[in-house]
Design a protein around this ligand. Structure first.
Ligand code: ACM
Length: 767
């Protein structure tokens, strides 16, 4: 049977068929292409480039390097251990690809553009290249890669990019005080690893102090069997008691020390991560623990009497050189830190050995003994190929010829040393002391005082722009933050104080000044919190509190209101009528003016929920703003002048710290007269004070106000007594109000009677 086909497949049909196939093909190709672009775009949204410290140059590229179980890591001689470390630290999926990518370390020893520590990191979809002229550069490139992996939402997809990078400063340091409280090797190594992620290259260990000696020195066994132990864990209890040491193994012994093998282990662990450990052995002071067990090295010759070594006693130098010999055996660091700070020279002058030494050397002042010690120790260290570094007090009595200075009492010591041609590490207390509070002290665990939030650390520039010539500036070798641990008893607490502020330090130490931008840093921090969580770091979580800042506009006679918070791009609703802000209240977009007496309330909302009770501020552009103030009995303390004679009537409130340039300090009664320019009717006067008993800041006993029309005859108009307990350990503010209703006057005299310590006030307001 023949089947007749009715399919008439003509040539015309054939061409039509081909045409359709081609169209379908083209459409599919276009569709695939569009889908690929869409996917690239959508995955690019998942690419995070928020590196800290910000690299010198970062070019984002499209695509991802996919991690794979079979990835090969290749390295030339000299970088094989670094490649091994990278392999240990990278995260790999189980999946195995038939065409796995390659990570390649490469030397480029003649690439002078990279400097001593620079690197290039080139991430393409099939290959990652880490190019450097030195091992340090390779390690930095490796940690940038690890950081990138650990901030991605998908850790197995690393975005393609090109980075060229090198540091601003050669010394990027962090100091941990392991004497006041002792921290185990595991914690020190965790810290070292995190420092490496943020390209800090010097861990300074404050190994010895009155609270405990922390390094094994075989020749002097009492240092570790007794001087490393005390019967109280918290330093405050011990300090308030008889400050005795006990014995290793006693049931109540708190303390510890690092053995030689533990130190070698930490040094090796750090070196693999590009970090040097700078050991500090305190001298001549902060040495109560040594002199308790080896009293023959003190001026009194008795235990528990002295804090400083006796300089005129030759055995002091035998001891110190023996200790330093052991220290140099364990630590390859070029820098050896010899402390030198806060030396009490009280016991020195009356000691016959010191007197004989002073006579022999022709010294006139006792502080020359400190300089004698530092110079002699420097000679010893130099002879062993090391470099002496010390706190800025080593400038006293003449600096040793090669010494490097760590400037902690502000920048003055650093500036003086740089002018003399010495290298300097800047670590001023106002910016770099991580034992200071990082948020409102009333929300924080007890601490030593101060107020150094993340933003303040970031604002620091280690090069004092106007004080040094270009040549002198080259002596600023770097910057360091310090964690003193008087108030920091645990590793969790230490992490809380160090992070996230260490990331701000890292960026000011590494990134070029022209790239400094807090808002951009703050944005990148949001991704870095992922990395800190991954490493189980107990970092301080940013608060939802709002600080309402009111800046007077002297022309408009109004206040400009700003809201500051620790949150990144928060949604703030606010009111100016005293009501509680809700989702219908205006959203804060920029600073705004208010006039008259205005109550401002503001709250951060997240997912439509209020995150805290409202912050409240009453703005009142009062009558005293801009008026002249005369100081009747000697004025302010020279340490806390604030804005000098404009402070009390400039209309600007002080913040949470008396170091902010708005709080004026007094060490005696305050007695000031405000000239209101003409006789005016009065309602009331207010004056605000602060109390923080830790550093010795107290409320006044009372405040009195006197009125006059001629600045000659004054009549008392009112007195208010203080009712704040001088024992309350919290940061407290109190505004003293004096009712002046029915009075008229041109001159207003305000007296605040000091109670004890310092008295700080920021503003007098008159209505
Ligand atoms: C120091 O803070 N005493 C260096």
């Amino acid at each position: 049977m023949k089947i007749k086909s009715d399919c008439k497949f003509s040539l015309k049909h054939f061409f039509y068929f081909c045409f359709m196939i081609k169209r379908i093909f083209t459409s599919v190709t276009i569709l695939l292409f569009v889908a690929a672009i869409a996917e690239a775009q959508s995955t690019d949204k998942n690419a995070y480039y928020s590196i800290v410290p910000k690299p010198v140059s970062l070019v984002e590229e499209s695509g991802f390097f996919k991690m794979d179980a079979n990835i090969r890591i290749l390295a030339p001689d000299g970088l094989k251990p670094t490649a091994e470390l990278l392999k240990e630290e990278l995260s790999f999926p189980d999946k195995k690809d038939t065409r796995p990518g390659i990570i390649r370390f490469e030397w480029k020893k003649n690439d002078h553009g990279l400097g001593k520590e620079g690197y290039r990191l080139l991430i393409a979809s099939h290959e990652i290249r880490i190019i450097s002229a030195t091992k340090e550069g390779a390690i930095h490139g490796m940690f940038t890669l690890l950081q990138l992996q650990q901030i991605q939402p998908d850790e197995y997809s690393i975005p393609c990019l090109k980075i060229t990078d090198q540091p601003r400063f050669q010394y990027r340091g962090f100091m941990l005080d392991v004497s006041r409280h002792f921290f185990p090797v595991s914690f020190v190594e965790k810290l070292i690893n995190l420092m490496a992620f943020y390209k800090l290259n010097n861990l300074h260990l404050h190994l010895t102090d009155g609270a405990g000696w922390r390094i094994q020195i075989p020749k002097y066994p009492l240092l570790t069997s007794v001087a490393a132990w005390r019967p109280n864990e918290t330093l405050q209890q011990w300090w308030a008691g008889d400050r005795r040491y006990c014995h290793e193994g006693d049931p109540d012994a708190y303390g510890g020390y690092y053995t030689a093998s533990q130190i070698k282990g930490m040094v090796k662990y750090a070196a693999a991560r590009g970090i040097n450990i700078v050991p500090e052995i305190e001298m001549p002071a902060h040495s109560e623990e040594v002199l308790a067990v080896y009293p023959q090295l003190s001026c009194s010759g008795k235990p528990y009497e002295d804090a400083s070594f006796c300089i005129g006693n030759d055995s002091t130098f035998t001891f110190l050189e023996d200790v330093l010999t052991e220290v140099m055996k364990l630590f390859p660091s070029k820098y050896i830190h010899i402390g030198g700070d806060e030396a009490s020279m009280r016991s020195w002058a009356s000691n016959p050995l010191n007197q004989a030494l002073m006579k022999r050397e022709g010294f006139i002042q006792v502080d020359q003994l400190q300089s004698y010690l530092v110079k002699k120790i420097e000679k010893f260290l130099t002879a062993h190929g090391r470099k002496l570094i010390g706190w800025d007090e080593i400038l006293k009595g003449g600096l040793a010829p090669e010494a490097t200075v760590m400037s902690w009492r502000g920048e003055a010591g650093g500036i003086a040393a740089a002018r003399m041609g010495h290298d300097v590490i800047m670590t001023p207390g106002e910016y770099c002391y991580f034992d200071h509070y990082q948020s409102d002290p009333n929300t924080q665990p007890p601490g030593i005082g101060g107020y150094i939030p993340l933003r303040k650390v970031y604002s620091y520039d280690p090069v004092p722009e106007d004080s040094l010539t270009q040549t002198e500036k080259r002596h600023i070798a770097g910057v360091q933050a310090n964690l003193w641990t008087e108030w920091v008893p645990t590793t969790e607490h230490a992490e809380y104080m160090i992070f996230p502020r260490l990331l701000a330090l890292s960026e000011i130490a590494w990134t070029p000044l022209k790239e400094k931008d807090f808002d951009d840093f703050h944005r990148r921090m949001q991704d870095q919190y992922r990395l800190l969580q991954r490493h189980f770091v107990n970092y301080y979580r940013p608060s939802y509190r709002i600080h309402i800042k009111a800046m007077p506009d002297y022309q408009k006679k109004e206040y400009l209101i700003h809201f500051n918070t620790e949150q990144y791009n928060p949604v703030i609703h606010y009111t100016t009528d005293g009501s509680v802000p809700n989702l219908q209240s205006p959203v804060y977009a920029q600073p705004f003016y208010v006039s008259g007496i205005t109550t401002i309330k503001a709250t951060i909302f997240k997912n439509d929920q209020a995150m805290d009770s409202p912050a409240v501020y009453v703005a009142d552009y009062d009558e005293a703003i801009g008026k002249k103030v005369a100081y009747n009995n000697g004025g302010w303390s020279s340490s806390y002048p604030a804005q000098r004679d404009s402070t009390l009537t400039n209309g600007i409130d002080g913040s949470l710290t008396y170091q902010d340039g708005q709080w004026q300090g007094f060490l005696h009664n305050m007695d000031v007269t405000i000239d209101m320019d003409s006789v005016i009717s009065l309602n009331n006067l207010s004056i605000r004070f602060m109390q923080l008993i830790g550093p010795g800041v107290y409320m006044p006993d009372s405040v009195s106000v006197f009125l006059s029309d001629d600045n000659n005859t004054f009549i008392e108009a009112g007195t208010v007594k203080n009712d704040v307990s001088p024992k309350d350990p919290h940061l407290l503010f109190k505004t003293f109000f004096i009712n002046l209703k029915g009075n008229e006057a041109r001159y207003i005299r305000v007296k605040a009677y000091i109670q004890r310590g310092y008295m700080f006030t920021d503003e007098i307001r008159v209505n």
